[in-house]
Design a protein around this ligand. Structure first.
Ligand code: ADP
Ligand code: ADP
Length: 237
């Protein structure tokens, strides 16, 4: 369960990105976060894995006080959270397989020698998810030779290979052809239903949020202005 209590983020330049946000999300939910650009969606997700440090308030994830984590504890926590970025954030000179393997050891993948530490089981899990996202034939291809949509599928496989307790996806379709949105959201939805892993995804296209999410959080100017089921949203005009 995720419990966010009176979360506020004010950046050093004075920008108030989040104001007094409180929300509880049960395990296994599929949540779409909607709102205009600048509403605070990305900052909210980043506070959940501490890519952003909250200014005030609390973030609890399955009993862990995320805002208080430091050093090794913070790194260990982050390994339990799959984060999918708008711009993929892959290691461009590594292959699909090596990128997905980095999901097994954490966030310092560039040191190739480290690959010697992977076990057979890590390879098996990585390959399972590479197949799942439809890239089995690209396993040994460098990711910088792939299309944007393929790269985002690698990022999704990497997040799944982490076997995370939580997946956070920050507008994962935003830099892709809109036709790929269904592929990306479909993969996340399927994983959520199969594993019961909570997924939070920032989506700026309301129609997509309606189609995939069970629950919607809407932000406006840093405030949470709607929290409810898709059915509770007023019909699209
Ligand atoms: P988004 O697609 O979420 O709107 P932006 O283009 O606003 O992304 O932001 C891209 C990056 O720049 C993010 O890492 C964000 O934290 C950072 N950023 C956004 N606005 C500012 C700002 N006013 N000052 C400094 N960094 C910013
Ligand atoms: P969204 O994801 O909804 O587009 P963001 O969370 O990226 O919104 O941004 C919320 C507000 O915080 C915006 O005004 C943005 O410019 C600002 N912001 C984001 N990152 C930074 C940063 N690193 N420094 C200063 N302002 C930032």
């Amino acid at each position: 369960m995720i419990e966010v209590n009176r979360l506020t983020k004010i950046f050093p330049d004075g920008t108030r990105a989040l104001s007094d946000v409180s929300v509880t999300i049960p395990d296994g939910d599929f949540v779409a976060i909607i709102g205009l650009s600048g509403a605070g969606k990305s900052t909210f997700l980043r506070c959940l894995n501490r890519l952003v440090d909250p200014t005030e308030g609390e973030v609890w994830v399955n009993g862990v006080n995320v805002a208080a984590l430091k050093g090794a504890e913070l790194r260990a926590y982050r390994r339990t959270v799959g984060f999918i970025f708008q711009q993929f954030n892959l290691v461009t000179r590594l292959t699909v397989l090596d990128n997905v393997l980095t999901g097994r050891l954490g966030y310092h993948p560039t040191w190739r020698g480290v690959l010697g530490l992977y076990r057979e089981q890590d390879y098996a899990i990585a390959r399972t998810y590479i197949r799942r996202v439809g890239l089995a034939d690209k396993e040994n291809t460098r990711v910088d030779q792939l299309s944007g949509g393929q790269q985002q599928r690698v990022a999704i496989a990497r997040a799944m290979a982490q076997e995370p307790q939580l997946i956070l996806a920050d507008e994962p379709m935003a830099s892709l052809d809109p036709r790929l949105s269904d592929v990306i959201l479909g993969l996340l939805k399927e994983y959520n239903e199969e594993k019961g892993v909570t997924v939070l995804v920032n989506i700026h296209v309301l129609e997509l949020a309606r189609r995939y999410a069970r629950r919607i959080l809407a932000f406006n100017k840093g405030r949470l202005v709607f929290d409810g089921s898709v059915e509770e949203l007023t019909p699209e005009r």
